[in-house]
Design a protein around this ligand. Structure first.
Ligand SMILES: [Zn+2]
Length: 182
């Protein structure tokens, strides 16, 4: 009789331990499962968002990266392209010789020779980009006649020729992102 009682007691203890372990495992899995689900949802949202992006939105992303590269990497140690100012307290922009144009379709908007570090207020804003000084600086840097070459839009491929698909723009964004990190 005592043996039966002890056996039942042991069985109950064992069942309690097993059930408690089972519950703990389930509780531990719950947050993990939710986290995986949340990450998967985030990834699928990002893919959907990317698929819905327009060409113009891709260009805006590319613009951010290329401008950052011009001001903070390529021309980092140079002064303003049109006045030479090197004051570190001055804000600098990426100044275009020829602007992106209405709707951002100008085919020179991502041509590196058309983009240079320029002081934000004096030259870029108040001086409207200082076109005369800009052309002089272009001819000095790239050779006589370069400013005229850059003026003629037919010397450059269209944006659609440069980037036939959205993916081509994305690759260019990735390229500049890497350059900005190095
Ligand atoms: Zn300037």
């Amino acid at each position: 009789m005592v043996i039966v009682f002890v056996s039942i007691l042991l069985l109950i203890t064992w069942l309690t331990v097993v059930l408690s372990l089972h519950c703990n495992t389930q509780n531990n899995n719950k947050p993990k499962g939710a986290e995986i689900k949340r990450k998967a949802q985030k990834k699928s949202d990002a893919v959907r968002k990317k698929a819905l992006m327009t060409r113009s939105q891709w260009y805006t992303k590319l613009k951010t990266e290329i401008h950052r590269w011009i001001v903070h990497v390529r021309d980092k140690d140079k002064g303003c392209y049109t006045c030479g100012k090197t004051d570190p307290s001055v804000k600098y922009d990426c100044g275009h010789r020829h602007h992106a144009g209405r709707g951002g379709g100008d085919r020179r908007r991502f041509i590196e020779e058309n983009l240079h570090k320029q002081c934000s207020v004096n030259c870029n804003q108040h001086g409207s980009g200082m076109p005369v000084e800009y052309d002089l600086a272009l001819d000095i840097e790239y050779g006589a006649g370069f400013a005229d070459k850059l003026k003629c839009i037919d010397n450059y491929p269209t944006l659609k020729e440069l980037f036939p698909t959205h993916h081509d723009i994305e690759l260019e964004i990735i390229r500049y992102r890497l350059l900005n990190k190095s």
